[in-house]
Design a protein. Structure first.
Length: 436
């Protein structure tokens, strides 16, 4: 009886088991198919399967897709309490730490900047699909270019980019293999200024105000700042000299009055021996005009008072500061008797200290003809070479000592010997130099 009941129960359960087994197999088949489809790469649109089968193209390998699982990531287990021990009640796993709060968003450094809108992709050519173009069967037509957006830097003058040095490409320079040469500097314009730069009145203010009023204002400005009249009196040499055992004196001074361009000059020289009176006195009255910042042209008259006949001369000369700070004075004289002569003087201040100054000086006199009544011969008549050492107690007052050699030449020396005088000799000097 028991065996009969067991057989009946087994036969009734067999269809149900078979039915469930079929369900499980079908479910497994569905899962396998879905996984295979998910794992299959997407087809290359430029190489369809039928074209690839004919060998017309080779499909590009697609990136392997990652199959996402619906299960969320399981929390990490507690290593001190494995799950099997926790199931048996031997331990209690620690609770996983709470997830960290999301960090505050970082401020965007470009927030508020207006970014240009992305350009739309060009439309495909319907007469040349991408797969045909990839196989070289056709060439897609280029879509017309979209109008360029307005350049926010339009009108800005950008500096020209210097040409790269062909002997040192940028990649070699970045690795330190070479140093590029600097680009050539822009060429400086050569030539006169444009004609428009010289157009218009001489003074731009005349375009705004009355030209007559502006001319009067400029004259006032010149009178107050640029055309000041000043003067000076200089005693260059006022000295005692011992000549051949005789005590003599020499005076050389000048004065001027005027502005920067034009001046009136007075020059005077005197030479003599004590107890015998003056041997010669010379006075010049000159008009001086600046011909450049360093030299003045001088024109005027000269009057001589000597023991012999007096003479009056026309004077033309140049006085100024030569290169290397040599003070020079060169003059030509034409007398009322037609006698032509010339004189050249030069001196140089060599500052030993701010107050101690050594001054070499040279003077030469020349004549175009003999003047026996004045004891002057033609050619180089006389010459003087001396040196003076002065000490400036004040800039305006400086005593000095020095020596000088003076000599007559040619016919002038003969005239002196005939008069019982020496042709030349040394002199010891003591004097003062002053100006105010």
């Amino acid at each position: 009886m028991n065996r009969l009941l067991f057989l009946l129960l087994t036969g009734a359960a067999t269809p149900a088991l078979a039915q469930h087994q079929g369900h499980d197999a079908a479910s497994a088949q569905v899962l396998v198919t879905a996984a295979a489809q998910a794992a299959a790469p997407a087809a290359d649109p430029s190489c369809l399967p039928e074209h690839a089968a004919m060998g017309h193209c080779t499909p590009k390998a697609a990136a392997r897709a990652t199959v996402a699982t619906p299960q969320s990531a399981a929390p990490a287990s507690d290593p001190s309490c494995p799950p099997e021990h926790a199931a048996m009640g031997h331990c209690t796993p620690k609770a996983p730490p709470a997830p960290a709060a999301p960090a505050a968003p970082t401020p965007d450094p470009h927030a508020g900047h207006a970014m240009p809108a992305p350009q739309p992709a060009p439309a495909a050519d319907p007469t040349c699909p991408p797969e045909h173009a990839a196989m070289g069967h056709c060439t897609p037509r280029t879509a017309p270019a979209a109008p360029a957006a307005a350049d926010p830097h339009a009108g800005h003058a950008m500096p020209a980019t210097p040409a790269a040095d062909p002997a040192c490409p940028p990649e070699h320079a970045a690795m330190g293999h070479c140093t590029p040469k600097p680009g050539a500097a822009p060429e400086i314009p050569v030539g006169p200024p444009p004609a428009a730069a010289l157009s218009g009145p001489e003074h731009a203010a005349d375009l705004v105000w009355n030209p007559a009023d502006m001319a009067a204002s400029r004259q006032v400005l010149r009178d107050e700042h640029g055309d000041i009249e000043v003067g000076r009196i200089l005693i260059d040499r006022f000295e005692w000299a011992n000549r051949s055992g005789k005590d003599g004196y020499t005076f050389d001074g000048q004065a001027w009055w005027g502005g920067d361009i034009d001046k009136v000059w007075l020059k005077g020289e005197a030479e003599g021996t004590f107890n015998e009176g003056a041997e010669s006195v010379e006075v010049q009255a000159l008009w001086s005009h600046a011909i450049d910042p360093w030299f003045d042209l001088q024109l005027g008259l000269r009057q001589d008072f000597t023991r012999g006949p007096d003479r009056t001369y026309l004077v033309a000369g140049v006085q100024g500061l030569a290169p290397y700070w040599f003070e020079v004075d060169v003059s030509a004289f034409l007398s009322n008797k037609g006698d032509l002569s010339a004189r050249a003087e030069a001196e140089y201040d060599l500052r030993i200290t701010q107050s101690l100054i050594l001054q070499p000086r040279v003077e030469l006199d020349l004549a175009a003809q003999d003047v026996p009544e004045l004891g002057i011969g033609s050619g180089l008549s006389t010459g003087e070479l001396g040196v003076r050492l002065r000490y400036e107690i004040e800039r305006q007052f400086a005593p000095y000592v020095g020596v000088q050699y003076e000599r007559a030449f040619g016919d002038t020396a003969d005239f002196r010997r005939a008069a019982g005088e020496k042709a030349g000799g040394w002199s010891f000097l003591v004097g003062i130099r002053s100006w105010f």
